[in-house]
Design a protein around this ligand. Structure first.
Ligand SMILES: Nc1ncnc2c1ncn2[C@@H]1O[C@H](COP(=O)(O)OP(=O)(O)OP(=O)(O)O)[C@@H](O)[C@H]1O
Ligand SMILES: [Mg+2]
Length: 471
């Protein structure tokens, strides 16, 4: 299993840390004060995901040679862990005699029963610690639990990383991995990641797996993935969790609606739950969730959302009998991708339906459902294809669809050209008929008796007297 790039290319030291240089400088000074024995205020790193909050805390500890005592969101804040960390914080020095970094990662993930008392305990730690303390969070406003931390810590807001710096770093590491790339494509990739270094690394790794030169088209193929990194992370946390509380915490942190999460779970159950009966059990729970979703849709009874969202996450994850470690490659839901990429096809069918519908006096919908397969059959004969294409004024894409081939093929071109020829012939014929009609119709004025000089002097035409000619 290949190592994930965010881990593989984790900066070796502070000099490799990119962006937020003011924070790096200030935290270094803060560390130096601690080294001189001066107790400093705990730091609260906050900001968007993947910008290096956890990374900087780790690098600082390395820089000063501090031992890290860590507690993060994936630990349930059990009494044991809190006591262990609190104990480490209250003692004067570590076993080896050095300083410790008390690192409370992702404190905004504090949630539910498992963390009950966690906030108070952490508060106690940060107030009484004899060692440097760093907390991290994504959002610190609009969350009641963050209030005490906001007032007792020095706040350090991480800005998103400039895309040019991300692009530069990506180019370096792609070169070191001997992967060919188009520099413009890498710039685009970096831009798409909106300052999130982790997702830039993961995207670059995903594209490198193809073994081809990374070009703009490949980068664009990643374009549909809005906040995909977050969903990947959430999915892993949900599928690997061992308690409902952890799963709820993961869902709470994620920016994904219930329906979308359902699709992600559905798509990735076979990729994750590969042992024994785990897959069957997971799908069984998911289908129960779907039954509730159906009831919600039919009866507008949103109370059932409680059950469906619990079943499709905790129900699925906790039905497993085996543990799955390591990295699992999750996939974007196929159904959603199909709907996205088939938009053009759906539009084409709709337009075709409208054209045929006009002719047979049916709605586009009816034609699409009932007549299109029949039309495809009729199209198998070339003469029919030409005549119908001419009659319905079909374009190359529509002809290609009915012929079941690509618009660029010779077959399509032949039918299209012949159909256009037929239409032109038809138009010429029509025009001829019209012009014959024109000749045979006497001009209206010829039918009107010749005006007498007095009448001609009359300035205005009498009402109802038409001067219009047919053509
Ligand atoms: N500023 C940076 N310089 C160099 N590498 C970085 C930087 N920021 C992030 N990375 C890379 O991205 C990965 C993710 O960063 P990190 O875990 O520190 O993000 P974070 O800000 O803690 O995000 P989250 O809020 O999701 O926890 C790191 O493993 C590292 O490889
Ligand atoms: Mg982090």
């Amino acid at each position: 299993m290949s190592e994930l790039w965010p881990d593989k290319f984790f900066p070796k030291d502070l000099s490799q840390f990119i962006g937020n240089s003011d924070i790096v400088e200030n935290t270094k000074k803060w560390g130096e004060q601690w080294e001189k024995g001066k107790i400093g205020k705990p730091l609260l790193f906050f900001g968007a995901t993947g910008v290096g909050k956890t990374c900087l805390a780790t690098l600082l500890a390395k820089y000063f040679g501090w031992q890290i005592f860590e507690m993060n969101a994936s630990d349930t804040r059990t009494k044991d862990i809190i006591e262990r960390v609190a104990g480490a914080a209250s003692q004067g020095s570590s076993l080896l005699g050095g300083r410790r970094l008390i690192f409370l990662d992702e404190v905004d993930g504090l949630q539910g029963n498992a963390d009950r008392g966690g906030v108070a305990a952490i508060n106690k730690i940060i107030k009484q610690s004899k060692h440097p303390v760093i907390l991290t969070a994504n959002k610190i406003y609009g969350n009641q639990k963050m209030l005490p931390f906001r007032s007792s810590c020095e706040l350090m807001q991480f800005k998103k990383i400039n895309y040019l710096s991300i692009a530069k770093k990506l180019r370096e590491l792609l070169e070191s991995e001997k992967i060919e790339f188009n520099p413009e494509a890498i710039k685009q990739l970096a831009q798409n990641c909106a300052g999130d270094f982790r997702s830039a690394l993961l995207d670059a790794q995903t594209l490198s797996l193809s073994g081809k030169k990374i070009d703009i088209e490949m980068v664009e193929s990643l374009g549909y993935r809005e906040r995909q990194q977050d969903i990947f992370k959430t999915l892993g946390q949900i599928f690997k969790a061992d308690s409902v509380e952890k799963i709820r915490a993961a869902r709470f942190k994620a920016d994904i609606d219930s329906e979308m999460l359902f699709r992600w779970v559905e798509e990735n159950i076979p990729r994750h739950f590969t042992e024994g009966n785990d897959m069957a059990n997971a799908f069984e729970r998911l289908s129960r969730a779907d039954i509730f979703n159906g009831r919600i849709r039919r009866r507008q009874h949103y109370g059932f959302l409680r059950y469906s969202s619990e079943l499709m996450t905790s129900g699925v994850a906790l039905s497993r009998e085996h543990e799955y470690g390591g990295w699992i490659q999750y996939q974007f839901p196929g159904l959603i991708r199909k709907l996205g990429s088939s938009k053009g096809l759906r539009n084409l069918k709709k337009n075709l339906g409208l054209k045929v519908g006009k002719l047979v006096h049916s709605s586009s919908h009816e034609v699409m459902a009932r007549d299109l397969p029949f039309l495809q059959l009729v199209f198998k004969k070339k003469e029919n294809a030409i005549a119908l294409s001419a009659g319905l004024d079909l374009d190359e894409n529509e002809i290609a669809f009915l012929l079941g081939t690509k618009p660029t093929t010779k077959k399509v071109k032949t039918v299209f050209d012949a159909a256009q020829g037929l239409r032109a012939k038809h138009l010429i014929q029509k025009r001829k008929e019209f012009s014959r009609l024109e000749v045979s119709i006497q001009p209206v004025e010829d039918l009107v008796p010749k005006e007498s000089p007095e009448q001609a002097a009359k300035p205005e035409r009498e009402e109802g007297q038409s001067q219009t000619r047919l053509f």
